[in-house]
Design a binder for this molecule. Sequence first.
Ligand code: BDR
Ligand code: CA
Length: 318
Amino acid sequence: MHRIILDTDVAMGAPGSDIDDGFAMALAVDLADQSLELVTTVNGNTDVETATVVALDLLDRLGRPGIPVVKGAPAPLLRPLHDHPARDRVAGLRERLGGRAPAPGRAATAIIDHVLANPGEISLVAIGPLTNVAVALILEPSLSSAVKEIVVMGGVFLRTTSRLSMPGEFNIWIDPEAAAIVLNSGAHLRFIGLDVTLQVQLSRCDADRLQATGRPFASYAGRCANAWIDYLRAAYPRQGFDHAPMHDPLAVAVVSRPQLVTWRPARVVVEACSDITRGVTVADLLVSHRPPQPNCLVATEVDSAAFIEFFLNHVYSL
Ligand code: BDR
Ligand code: CA
């Protein structure tokens, strides 16, 4: 059994917000060979208060209200907050929860406590900015050897993107200093970057089918996916969006199915000084004559068809 902590900036259901963390949570709950033991929330796609409400709401919808949710960092380590969707957009979700609150404590200490109580057992899957993970590693350096591995959705390694406002990938861009701490921690790390996750897409047709299932989670998630695709279409009219990338579910899937992805050892560093290239990850794939010591595995290819089939088969039934 693969025992998991999911650290997430989940925003599914908050209008105009990304949905893939919600699908990642659903997959982690449903996989028979994974056990989701703790959810921690972090500022990123939305503010941490909203992420916490959304996480509680989704676990309710998934029939797993017993999984503890612990609130984490409200802001990056050093960087200012960027714009978030407004909190009042999730007022309806708060009402639905009827006052259910997160578990007491802070994400970083909850991560430390759970990992140290189960040394070598816990995979920490980080699908938002790495603030909580970095704080935990600073507070408790032995976390790096006690955690089984840290799987990160973050970075872009084999191709660059073309947005001047964010030349790298969102999770790393939001908190590059936190990413640097994680990369230097000595923990077993696997990184899945944007160049790979952009190859796994939920189509409009998949979203419609999910919506039509009538299943409690699947139909809600299908509705959210359609709303997100509509938003992407309106925000990026020239790109003709008719799909939504499933970045974060891939990070959950590879915990127990590493073969979905091809991995290469690499030395990865992150740009935290320049404003122009803030958060850009540079991967040395160790092809040089005297390669540096690797600090992680980096995903270089994905079997997208196999992943999407596997993923949808799980989500349809929820
Ligand atoms: C990452 O940023 C978020 O929008 C997604 O949830 C994913 O974690 C992709 O860059
Ligand atoms: Ca995310």
